[in-house]
Design a protein around this ligand. Structure first.
Ligand SMILES: CC(C)(COP(=O)(O)OP(=O)(O)OC[C@H]1O[C@@H](n2cnc3c(N)ncnc32)[C@H](O)[C@@H]1OP(=O)(O)O)[C@@H](O)C(=O)NCCC(=O)NCCS
Length: 283
């Protein structure tokens, strides 16, 4: 590769259009708005070749303890020449001592293993237009409702308990750009789920709950609110949730491998756990 013509620089708004072309070429559904949301939360890096975006990587910090690396893409014509590793090196420098998490594709896995990441679990991607669900099928005995500003602190506290990392900036963006539903028991928030525009349609995630039944109630509530919409759910609890998602018209269409490096962050503190990711990029 001609090193003279490739520079790695900080990702800013001017690179968004080039990044969209790159992700489209890789077969990813991200719109400009999806890239912009990630950039707002992240330190981004682009490889510029002759002024064009030939590669990207982002480091999204969640407090001092944890971060995710995402949007690692190299233009097909430039692969296999060390650019992916250089972009990863830039992202890992920005990561510092934090624990680093990512969702690997088959393409990315060998590179991440070489950089010290270990596989932890499988992520399954489901999508489609769900079979219609009546709103009352989603209510059970427990209390489901939309999240308002007064409930946001309880939702953020639950998320911290379930993930062991501080995702408040992400949750604020999700609340601004979409809708959040919550599940209460005896007045306490025990689960929540978010819905937002993404790619070809909309994404439901995160879904945080204590049990798969609670997760299904939250999913049903959001599905019933969007009849006819193309929806996507990425789950780390495929064994429990995949059959239910498939039965409701959200077919399994692949997924990725969750990986970690420098596992140092706080362990989740409570019974709540993630049943769906905000996205494969953000965990
Ligand atoms: C993953 C991707 C970014 C790698 O970019 P790249 O520029 O081709 O990577 P590099 O040339 O820097 O290779 C990185 C290392 O991985 C190794 N590697 C790459 N592909 C490999 C493969 N299929 N099998 C084994 N090793 C592989 C290389 O040998 C290299 O190792 P080295 O640095 O020790 O020599 C690129 O393939 C891509 O954009 N894929 C499509 C999008 C994608 O799936 N991104 C990953 C998201 S998680």
């Amino acid at each position: 590769m001609d090193q003279e013509t490739i520079d790695i620089v900080a990702f800013d708004e001017r690179h968004l259009d080039g990044a969209v072309l790159l992700s489209r070429e890789a077969g990813w559904p991200h719109r400009r708005e999806d890239w912009a949301m990630l950039l707002a939360l992240s330190h981004g890096f682009v490889a510029l070749r002759g002024g064009h975006v030939a590669g990207t990587a982002m480091l999204t910090p969640f407090g001092d303890g944890c971060a995710t690396i995402n949007m690692v893409i190299v233009a097909a014509s430039t692969r296999g020449r060390g650019l992916g590793r250089k972009l990863m090196d830039a992202a890992l420098r920005a990561c510092g001592e934090r624990e680093c998490r990512l969702t690997a594709t088959a393409d990315g896995l060998p590179l991440y293993e070489k950089l010290g990441f270990s596989a932890t679990h499988e992520i399954r991607q489901h999508q489609g237009v769900p079979t219609p669900l009546p709103m009352d099928a989603a209510t059970d005995a427990a209390e489901l409702d939309w999240v308002g500003s007064e409930s946001f602190p309880a939702v953020a506290a639950l998320d911290l308990q379930a993930l062991g990392m501080d995702r408040r900036p992400l949750l604020r963006l999700l609340a601004e750009s979409g809708r959040m539903a919550m599940l209460r028991e005896a007045g306490r928030v025990v689960g929540y789920a978010a819905l937002r525009q993404f790619g070809r349609g909309e994404v439901i995630g995160p879904v945080i709950a204590n049990t798969v039944e609670q997760a299904q109630s939250l999913l049903s509530f959001l599905i019933a609110s969007r009849p006819g919409a193309f929806l996507r759910v990425d789950t780390a609890e495929g064994e429990k949730l995949s059959p239910w998602l498939s039965a409701h018209g959200l077919a399994g269409v692949g997924g990725g491998i969750a990986m970690r490096r420098n596992a140092t962050s706080r362990q989740p503190a409570g019974p709540a756990k993630p049943f769906a990711l905000a996205s494969q990029a953000l965990g």
